[in-house]
Ligand binder design. Structure first.
Ligand SMILES: [Ca+2]
Length: 328
């Protein structure tokens, strides 16, 4: 009975949490920064929420070996006045995916034009070390992790053993320090989604073994929220977010780009309840990276269901993506 109560409390946390009553959310942003450019919009939105005091960005890490992934992350962090946010990237067997957008490639243009400290992704720290160090320094049950890329870093973390950084295993560290995982991944009730199938083994492992609740923003959420037109039409110069959307949008997505990663990042900071309903259950990932979903009120997983009118949600997200750096 006690266990049920505990589980119920945890699930209630996912649905209702708006951590602002306890101060800013301590958050790690884990991205594949390159194949698609909604990651750029999501990181801009995250900095807007940092400027309003809602989130403390502990680290920004790449699950992608693409040489410009970390430089692009740093371009955005630096643009928003936070050049010192730690960055790191995946090691071992992992994806190396560049952008699929043709023409001027934002992944190459941003590091050419804007300041950043790391020359290439491979020069950055091992994300596993950074995860273990950051988690070991944080208060218990305080950290939200948002993944808007592949699960490779999280698998490495979960499989890790005690080391010079912490006497705890990865699983023990996560159990002790992580409050929840929020993820743009999967399709509900079923489908085959990029962030899951690119590293299907890692996705399978995380969805079976991850010890905290996981909240998913599925493919079907972001694919109905189109943003970016306002940025392109704004005429704002020397802004890496506007530059990216200008390079990609007119050519590929004139009505706006899907906002997969922004929806996950928004609810990771503000909680789901203002914007979405959630449905509890269990996700299962198949060997080919497709997924199924089984509803279960006691499930450890939950996925978003639209509640706020889509036009209103689109406007809120786009407003945050338009945020400009605060003068310091
Ligand atoms: Ca992404």
């Amino acid at each position: 009975m006690k266990n049920y109560f505990l589980l119920f409390s945890l699930l209630l946390c996912i649905a209702c949490s708006n951590n602002r009553t306890n101060g800013a959310v301590n958050l790690i942003f884990d991205t594949d920064m390159a194949p698609d450019y909604d990651d750029v919009g999501a990181l801009a939105l995250l900095h807007a929420l940092a400027d309003s005091g809602e989130v403390n960005i502990l680290a920004t890490v790449s699950s992608n070996k693409c040489p410009t992934a970390v430089p692009c992350i740093e371009v955005i962090n630096t643009y928003f006045g936070r050049p010192d946010i730690p960055t790191a990237a995946v090691r071992g067997e992992a994806a190396d995916r560049t952008t699929w957008h043709s023409g001027l490639r934002w992944t190459e243009e941003l590091p050419k034009k804007y300041p950043h400290r790391t020359k290439a992704t491979a020069d950055s720290e091992d994300a596993l070390k950074l995860y273990r160090r950051i988690l070991s320094q944080q208060p218990d049950k305080s950290v939200t992790i948002v993944t808007v890329g592949f699960f490779s870093n999280l698998q490495n973390l979960l499989l890790s053993q005690a080391d010079e950084i912490s006497p705890l295993s990865g699983k023990e560290l996560i159990d002790k320090k992580v409050k929840q995982l929020v993820s743009m991944a999967g399709a509900f009730p079923e489908g085959k989604e990029f962030n899951v199938y690119v590293d299907a083994k890692a996705s399978q492992y995380i969805m079976k073994e991850w010890p905290t609740p996981i909240l998913f923003s599925g493919f079907e959420i972001g694919s109905q929220i189109f943003t970016g037109k306002r940025l392109v039409e704004s005429g704002i110069k020397n802004n890496p977010i506007v530059d990216t959307y200008t390079m990609c949008l007119q050519q590929d997505d004139p009505k706006g780009r899907d906002s997969w990663d922004q929806t996950a990042t928004l609810v990771a900071v503000r909680g789901a309840s203002k914007y979405f309903d959630v449905e509890y259950g269990t996700i299962t990932v198949n060997d080919d990276g497709s997924n199924t979903w089984k509803k279960d009120p006691n499930g450890q997983h939950a996925h978003l269901i639209f509640k706020m009118p889509k036009e209103q949600l689109t406007a809120e997200i786009e407003h945050l993506m338009m945020h400009l750096p605060q003068k310091k």
